[in-house]
Design a protein around this ligand. Sequence first.
Ligand code: GTP
Ligand code: MG
Length: 699
Amino acid sequence: MTELQRESLRNVVIISSAGAGKTSLAEALLFATGTVPHLGSIAQGTTVSDFEPEELHRRSSVSTSLLRCSWNHRTINLVDPPGALDLLGEAFMTLGAVDGVVLVFSASSGIRSELMRVWAQVTVLGLPCLLFINEMDKDGSSLDGIAATCYRDLGMMPLPMSLPFGSGAQLEGVLDLIQESLVTSRKEIPTVQQLPIPRDMKTSVEEARKRIQEGAAECDDRLLEQYLASGELTREDVISGLRLGVQAGTVVPLYCGSAIKNIGIVPLLNGIVDFLPSPMDRTLRVPLKGLHPGRGETVSRRAVQEDPFSGIVFKTLIDPFVGRLSYVRVLSGILRADSTVFNSSRSSKEKTGHLYTVLGKKHVVVPLAGAGDIVAIGKLKETQTGDTLCDEHDPICYPKTALPRPVLSFAIEPKSSADIEKISLGLHKLIEEDPTLEFSRHADTKEMVLSGMGQLHIDLALEKLRRKYSAEVVLHMPKIPYRETIRATAQAQGKYKKQTGGHGQFGDCWLELAPLSRGEGFKFENRVVGGAIPRNFIPAVEKGVLDAMQHGSLAGYPIVDCRVAVYDGSYHAVDSSEMAFKIAASMGFKKALESAHAILLEPIMSVEVEAPADHIGGVIGDLNARRGRILHVEAKGQTEQITALVPMAEMLTYATALNSLTAGRGSYAMEDSRYDEVPHELAVRIIETNKVSIHAAVH
Ligand SMILES: Nc1nc2c(ncn2[C@@H]2O[C@H](COP(=O)(O)OP(=O)(O)OP(=O)(O)O)[C@@H](O)[C@H]2O)c(=O)[nH]1
Ligand SMILES: [Mg+2]
């Protein structure tokens, strides 16, 4: 690959709040570059990017798509992730695979929390950004107030590069402030018309152009001197100055238009090519850092062909018929088809099958991919999303992207016994495609639990399970893994004696139960002296106690945080056995439990909620109503972050509640924190319900 080719790549992800027009914009970019002959639409389900059945009937993206087009002799790899909060993990994963971002706002709706979360990560990674204000064809849309919103919510001051010409349904084109022309276009033809700036727009264009000149001059001392001396910069100087500013993160060029009308797309394409960095630009400034898997030391790579091969897998697609496809960003060196690579995240070798460039669902076989490029590899066996692939003789392992954790769980049951195996197999494949989905069997409740980022995420998983793996499940609320413990110390004797025909059974032990602190679990002590119980039977006593602890006396939940001591007993030389002592210990434990003041414990979640400041009162009130304890509230720009402890039983449907409380602008994360006592009234109800279900199960 020549120097020129490497310079000519742009890897760009489009990000926005859900439904702001990413996929429509991607389609318009493909159309304007002549990659596709017609401008597809979301309404008709004809975009290149959204092709999965789940996307077509929802009319919104559910999976990241990869697209490729060319503009001004540059190749642009476009990544179009879904915008929905539940599918945020997809956007997170793509950020490590690109060198720049096109951030899309719709002129009519604001910035929602899902975008703020992705934006925070964009800022951490220092990815240069262009802004596209979409939906300028809608009545009432304008650029007024956009700059203020950007400053308030995203901490950036965008610099307009284009202005709308006409408004609402009469939007005809944009004024391109770099080319100093009016650019009109139609959705039926990809080419644009360049016209002189209309006379009545000259003053506002001149003002905006001045701001661009000043902006460019401020990015480079040489240009600043020139600008101060002559009051004017050439177009080439403006572009080179802004390029420096964009790549340093000090300038965010703003474009506007309408994706579905193919308006304002060409200036944006010029911006992508002129201002966003090539892979080499980025890594020559700051080389990529990773760890040598053997030696543990930091090693670095640049996006040049001379460095050893390395790359990261940012998306995995599994098709039951076609097999596995891994999207990889080649970070350094060259990746060849049908070669052996080393997966340093799993310490295993992988054979690469074919390599493909990707345009939605279309794949074109290529023999190799050079540093900086994005391709799909066919048929890798073990490699998962997030893994590093590299040259086995010069290995490197890149840090993994931290993904959002699931917040919503459901118990799942097979619809029929024929589905059992298909469910487990299918879900494991779905998790390989989407690492933010979790599937486990709960140790306490024995239920199969599927956890995701929200209702949409779970629904999608089940739809795919049905379509791809023909497995059907029924969902219900997961059982709460309550536990029981004791408040008081108690003692009791467990004696098991049976005389049946030949030799009998005899076990006898005295046990003392005492409460332990929360989280201490179980402790067992042998305080028997003088051989009242022979040593070899003590493990059987412990086992009997452990068996009895599986089912508490209140509602049958496991008992925790309890110390049990065996301190006396007796035995029979012939009739005593391990079995007899085990039974005796179980009996003794149950008897002591009766006077140990048993109580019910419930799991408590540590919850972090982010919500817009104007909704915070409602969110806090709701958390209080869920028996939550607010620990901390902190302002973060226009949002507030609440840290609280809330019982798991109250959080089962929180995803839906928070959505409606914050008009979809809130988000939350939670994790297991500890067990606390269930308030008395509630405990009585839970115990009653359990008695009913135990009774029902018996009859
Ligand atoms: N009027 C108008 N509607 C638009 C424009 N761009 C997109 N839309 C509509 O907005 C809706 C969402 O557009 P998408 O392109 O799917 O948005 P997205 O950001 O990809 O959505 P997700 O992938 O679900 O996050 C669709 O109905 C589009 O037709 C636009 O420029 N003008
Ligand atoms: Mg989309």
